[in-house]
Each structure stands twice: as C-alpha cells, then as structure tokens.
Ligand binder design. Structure first.
Ligand code: MAN
Length: 559
C-alpha cells in the first residue's frame, strides 16, 4: 500500500513536471503558454475564428491579425506597438490587429526574464540589456552570434538589486521613523492645544475674578469719604466758601467804618463852622440871605441828632472787624486738620465686634456708603482710581488679560497648525525647518522643508528668496533614473510649491517647484531655471517613499 502511494505520487509529480516543462513555441512567455498547448492546431488569440495548423507557428509568415502565430520571429513586427513600422497601419474591418503578445520572450536564465520588441528579433544586434541570453538572435543573421551573458549580467544586476532593495528598505525604515517622529510632534501640538484650552479656561476665570476685584476696589475707593478739608468733599468746599465770605464781609465792614468816621469828622467840622458863624454874624446888617441861613442852621441844630454809633457798638465793631486769626472766634485751622475717615472710625467700632459680625458689618457699611455716594448724599473720594489698591487691581487684571490673549493667540496658531496639510501621514511635519543645499554655478541653492528656497551667492553674502512654501502638490513625471539613483523615474510624484520669493527685475516674483522622489537620505540633486526666475528643484527624500511607485530602475519597467 505504501509502495503504491509512492508510485502514484511520483506519477503525479512526473506529470506536473511534464506539463510545466512542455515546450512552448520560441518566444512565448509562460503567461501565454495556455494558447499554445494543442499539438495540431493553433487558434489566433484575438481572432478565435482563425485556426491554423501548428506547423505555421513561427514559420516567419504573419498569419494571425494579432501576430500571435509568430511569437519567435519578426514576421509580425509591423503590428507591434513597439515597432516603428506600425505607425500609420490601419485596422482591417473589425479584425483586432493589436499585437496579442508583448514581445519576444527571453528566458534569461540566471537573470530576470524579459520581453524584447519583435523588431529586435534577428536584427543582427545583441540586445543584452533586455535579452542577456542572446536568444533574440537565434537565426544568427549575418553570422551574429550572441552568447549567453545572463550569468554575469544577472550577477551584476543582482548585486545592484540587492543594494537597491537595501536602500529601499532603509528608505522605508527612515520614512517610518519620520512618520513616527511626525506623530510625536503632532501629539505634542495636540497636548499643547489641550493644555492651552485648560489654561485659557483658568485664565478666563482669573480675568473675571480680577475684573470683579477691580470693580470692587473702585467701588470701595468711591466709598471712601474724605473728611479732611483739603480739596475734595462738599463740606470742605463749604468751609472754604464760608471762610472767604467772612473775610470779604470783615474787610467791607472795616472800609465802611472808615468812610463813616471820615463823614462824621467832616460833619463835626461843618457844624463848628456854622456855630461860629451864627455867633459871630451881625444881626443888624439887614442881609436876608444871611438871616435865612442862620434860621436854617438853628432848625437843623434843634432836631434830634441820629445815633451814629456809640462807643460800646464801636468796640463791638472793632472786635468783629478783627481777623479770626487774632480773635480766635472761628479756628479755621482746626477744620483744616485731617480727621479720621468714617471708614476708619467704623473700623474702630468693628474692632469691638466678633470677627464674623465684623466682616458682615464691614460689608454692609461699605454697601451703604456706596449707595449714599451713588445718590449724592456722600461725596466720593476724588482720588478714586488712583489708590494703590485700585492700581494694583488694574495692573493684575491687565497682566491676566495679556496672558489670556497670548494663550489664545498660541492656541490659534497650534490649532491652525493641526489643520495644515503636512502630506501623507503628516510626514513633512518631521522635516519642517530642516534644509538641504547644493552648489551650482555661482550660487548655493537651499531648500528648507516647508520653509523657504534660497539662492545664495558664493561671492558675497547676498541671499535671494526663491519662494516661500505654499502647498503640497502632485505632478506626473517621465524621467530616466541614472545608475546613481538621482532621478525622478516615471509616474506621479509629490511636489512642493514655493511662491512669492524676491521680485525678479523685469519679471515675476521668484518661485520654485520642488519635485520629490524616494531616496534613502535627503538630497537636492538638480536645480534648473525653467523660465526667468521660475525654478525647479529635484530632490530625493525618504519622506515620499512608498507614496508613489518609483518606476524606471528595473529592466522590466522599461516595457
Ligand atoms: C539673478 C538670479 C538669476 C535670475 C536673475 C534675474 O541673477 O536670481 O537666477 O535669473 O537674477 O535677473
């Protein structure tokens, strides 16, 4: 039984090996082997209605419209999209004349299998780049013999491929590191945002508290009645007015008394003249005018004399007319001396009270005072807003407001940063601020990631801005990749736009378009000025590895 099993298994294995190794017609790749299995007829791949005897395969005559009967010759090369001869060929009717096969299949044992354009088959040239086994020149046209070089070419390629793969894996590793670093940086910003949100909440509360404290300090300041008689309260003003008025009246009194005394003296003198006149005139002299004057005087002298102040009254007036500073009737200086404010007095009252009652009373009294001031009953302090308490409260509030607005500004910047495009996986966040440069001609060119591009003169310290980072973009490229790997390859690439650099004389503001390709380390390898002051940089960086397929560095990609 065991023996039978082994036999059966070995039978199946043998059949599969036979099937796998069933000879395919020359030039057929393994993926097309299924079309060439029949040992008697061949069906054209794209035109199944056309069937041919197997003998007409590779007979150097193109039978099938899609060229599938000539996989190993150049007979159908004129159909090949890879052949220049097909240019201008027109499809006949509904028949599909598009070449069914990608080219002549070179096994390239020891290296990578590959397809060669049909035009290259038996053209007398060894196409070692694509067909290292030389099988494309199987007919040895003109005596050309292409020996199999796959072993050495394959070895060399393998070496390079290993390097390339190592470099790619290093680049991928580096990108991973960058992404991890970017995530860390992002997290840091997120933490900052969270912290700032909390800080701002606290600062907001603090501002509110300090606003209330300032209002209270100002209210208390208004509530502080100043009883001293200096410039200030209504009472002090009244005192000053009264003092001035009394002084004015006193001065007037003195002056009027002087005028009265002068008048009195003149009347006495006049009366003495008239008395002498009456006594000395001659009544026998018949002068009517003189007689009338004497009679009038006698009438005047007979009338009751009005009281023009007696000595007692005059003494009183003398006293009244003396300045208060002499008499001490009103001690103005007493009124000028500072007194305890009512608040202080009340504090003294409170000192006799238990602490809880003291605080309660204090608050009530302050409230009452403010109410009285607001209603014009008490005079507010003219020093409101200038006391140390108010100044301190205001300074504390302003400082808290400044801190709050700084935090809000920072929060805005961090939040904006979190919303910014830093490329796939946020990767450019990790590179932000780092720069790469390259000497070229008379300048050193510099690219700072997500910052600025610059042209620095080698002769002097002059620097020219070639643009500031604006956005991350994409661009299609189709370039060769040289052996040193410093090339863009072909396909879609990540690009960075830098705009609005230094103005170019008689031209635009300088700008730079930076096209990126995957490399192990950051490397600015090419700068061109495509138009006046419009620059293009080609830069390698691990940041873009795996973001787009880099073609062009593998022989198979050529097809
Ligand atoms: C400088 C450089 C050049 C640019 C000219 C334009 O020489 O920035 O790249 O073309 O100015 O005047």
């Amino acid at each position: 039984m065991r023996r039978l099993e082994i036999l059966l298994l070995s039978g199946i294995a043998a059949r599969s090996i036979l099937a796998a190794e069933a000879p395919r017609p020359r030039g057929v790749g393994p993926e097309f082997a299924k079309f060439y299995k029949s040992s008697d007829t061949f069906t054209c791949i794209s035109s199944p209605s056309i069937r041919l005897p197997v003998a007409r395969l590779n007979d150097d005559f193109c039978d099938c419209p899609d060229g599938s009967d000539e996989p190993g010759t150049s007979a159908c090369a004129h159909l090949s999209s890879l052949s220049p001869f097909t240019l201008g060929s027109t499809p006949t009717g509904h028949v599909n004349t598009t070449l069914a096969l990608p080219g002549y299949y070179c096994k390239n044992k020891g290296h990578q299998p590959s397809y060669v354009p049909f035009t290259n088959v038996n053209d007398g040239v060894c196409d070692y780049q694509l067909c290292c086994d030389g099988s494309d020149e199987w007919a040895k046209v003109g005596g050309v013999k292409c020996e199999d070089k796959c072993k050495e070419i394959g070895k060399e390629w393998k070496k390079k491929d290993e390097q390339r793969q190592k470099s790619q894996s290093n680049a991928a590793k580096r990108r991973k590191e960058l992404v991890a670093e970017a995530a860390k940086l992002r997290q840091e910003v997120e933490v900052k945002v969270q912290t700032l949100q909390t800080v701002i909440q606290g600062q907001g509360l603090k501002v509110k508290g300090l606003e209330a404290a300032l209002a209270e300090a100002e209210r208390q300041e208004r509530g502080r009645v100043v009883k001293k008689r200096g410039a200030g309260g209504k009472l002090s003003m009244l005192v000053q007015l009264a003092k001035d008025r009394i002084e004015e009246l006193r001065e007037s009194l003195v002056e009027v008394r002087n005028q009265r005394d002068t008048g009195k003296a003149r009347i006495a003198e006049l009366e003495a003249i008239l008395t002498t006149f009456k006594e000395e005139y001659n009544p026998n002299f018949n002068d009517e005018g003189v007689k009338r004057a004497v009679r009038s005087w006698e009438d005047y002298a007979a009338r009751d004399k009005p009281a023009v102040g007696d000595d007692a009254k005059d003494r009183d007036l003398d006293e009244i007319a003396k300045p208060d500073s002499e008499t001490g009737a009103i001690k103005w200086s007493e009124w000028d001396e500072p007194e305890e404010g009512d608040v202080d007095v009340l504090y003294k009252i409170e000192a006799y009270l238990p602490v809880p009652a003291r605080d309660w009373i204090d608050q009530k009294l302050r409230d009452l005072r403010s109410l009285l001031i607001e209603n014009g009953v008490l005079a507010p302090s003219t020093e409101a807003g200038s006391s140390k308490e108010v100044e301190d409260a205001r300074n504390a509030l302003n400082a808290a407001k400044d801190s709050l607005s700084n935090s809000q500004k920072q929060l805005g910047e961090y939040s904006e940063d979190l919303g910014k495009d830093y490329g796939a996986d946020d990767v450019f966040r990790a590179l932000k601020g780092q720069c790469v440069s390259k000497n070229s001609g008379e300048y050193t060119y510099e690219l700072c990631w997500l910052g600025e591009t610059k042209q620095k003169s080698k002769k002097n310290s002059q620097q020219t801005s070639m643009g500031k980072f604006v956005s991350i973009d994409k661009v299609m490229v189709d370039d060769e990749v040289p052996p040193d790997g410093k090339g863009l390859g072909s396909g879609e690439r990540v690009a960075l736009r830098y705009e609005n650099g230094q103005h170019c004389w008689n031209g635009p503001n300088r700008s730079t378009f930076v096209v990126l390709a995957c490399t192990e380390t950051d490397d600015l390898w090419k700068i061109t000025e495509e138009e006046k002051c419009v620059y293009r940089m080609e830069v390698g960086t691990p940041a873009v590895c795996g973001m787009v397929e880099k073609k062009g560095d593998n022989p198979k990609d050529e097809l």
